[in-house]
Design a protein around this ligand. Structure first.
Ligand code: UT7
Length: 340
């Protein structure tokens, strides 16, 4: 686990703008129940999800980078910045436009962010927090002043729509944040980030084929190995424990108590996971921000889309303590605490 909250540097970082974007198409539980053997009642009870947004295959307006573009424009506008102000684009996704080049470069071209360097980050559902932590580190090191961090997915392209144990969960979306330099004694800043991964758990969630280890062939397609595969029950158990542990670490490292946190934004994979974590932390659900019912699990996009919504509707106010907490394939984990 790598903590980062050194008070000895001159600079700190803060989020000055957020944005989000979703595909137009909605897929309800009832519609899913026509495709696979499931029901609205089962999905709601076991996951808390009612519907999700699904990008229209092949529609250039709904490519991963196009959703990222729309989210980035909104974040730039809120921050009062232009694309030319961006020093870096950190694009968290595990469902890129193309394996090569990076989705970050597709986005850079769309934005006209000529000064930036751009790179993808693959930490699956934890990607946005990995990106935010990296952005914070680059800013505190004095290397960059303005960084665009995006968490965006079009996982509908990688879901096995015949597998009822996984296809019910996922949706498409993009969220973005502008991370800017501020002084290290500024109250409004990222206070800490804690990241960790456990590569011994790669078999719990992933896509066996499609990379160089197992390129897509007629055989791998027939075996559906180019789609997401998941050991849901095992992931569930690890998720509850690690989300609770990482939230606790963030709170304690900064000398706070759970009741000091104004808003908790956990990865939105399953409402039951979130409720179990809140229960472990003795944290009231009223202070947990949720969008899983409307969008499902949008992987790297769950946290930035939820953050954007709560900033725009005024729930998150200046001075609030906001705790972000994620887990994802890898397995990867992380928490970030910030003063808004
Ligand atoms: O970002 C990380 C992504 N992944 C996750 O976060 C996944 C975490 N895991 C989960 O969210 C849950 O484990 C699931 C939602 C995937 C499954 O819920 P569960 O309560 O753990 O169900 P289960 O796997 O224990 O299955 C219970 C029963 C089984 O039937 P039997 O063996 O008891 O007869 C399943 O076959 O539910 C059945 N089942 C379904 N029934 C209706 C599994 N999926 C479905 C379905 N509709 N979609």
């Amino acid at each position: 686990m790598t903590p980062s909250n050194s008070p000895t540097t001159l600079f700190a970082s803060r989020i000055s703008g957020t944005g989000s974007a979703f595909p137009e198409g909605r897929l309800t539980n009832q519609e899913l129940a026509v495709r696979v053997d499931t029901s609205d009642e089962w999905i709601r009870e076991r996951t808390g999800i009612s519907e999700r947004r699904i990008a229209k295959p092949g529609d250039p307006n709904e490519f991963n980078s196009s959703l990222g573009y729309r989210a980035a424009l909104k974040a730039l506008e809120m921050a009062g910045k232009r694309p030319e102000d961006i020093d870096q684009i950190l694009y968290a996704t595990c469902s890129p436009d193309t394996l090569v080049p990076s989705t970050a470069c597709w986005l850079q071209a769309k934005l006209g962010a000529k000064r930036a360097w751009a790179v993808d980050i693959n930490a699956a559902c934890s990607g946005f927090l990995y990106g935010l932590s990296m952005a914070d580190t680059f800013v505190r090191a004095g290397q960059s002043k303005t960084i665009l961090v995006v968490g965006a997915e079009v996982l509908s392209s990688f879901v096995n729509w015949e597998d009822r144990t996984s296809c019910i969960l996922f949706g498409d979306a993009a969220g973005a944040a502008i991370v800017e330099r501020t002084s290290s004694d500024s109250p409004q800043r990222i206070l800490s980030s804690h990241l960790h991964s456990d590569g011994t758990l790669t078999d719990l969630l992933g896509m066996p084929a499609g990379g160089s280890r197992s390129p897509v062939t007629a055989d791998t397609i027939a075996l559906k190995q180019n789609f997401l595969q998941m050991k849901g029950r095992e992931v569930f158990k690890v998720a509850v424990k690690t989300l609770a542990d990482f939230a606790q670490t963030a709170i304690e490292t900064n000398g706070f108590k759970a009741e000091d946190i104004d808003w908790f934004i956990p990865h939105q994979a399953n409402l039951r996971i979130i409720e179990a974590v809140a229960n472990r932390l003795d944290f009231p659900m009223e202070k947990v921000l949720l969008n899983v019912e409307r969008y499902g699990n949008t992987s790297a996009a769950t946290v930035p889309t939820m953050l954007d919504e709560a900033v725009r509707d005024g729930r998150i106010k200046p001075g609030h303590l906001v705790l972000l907490d994620v887990f994802g394939a890898g397995l990867t984990y992380g928490s970030i605490l910030m003063r808004w």
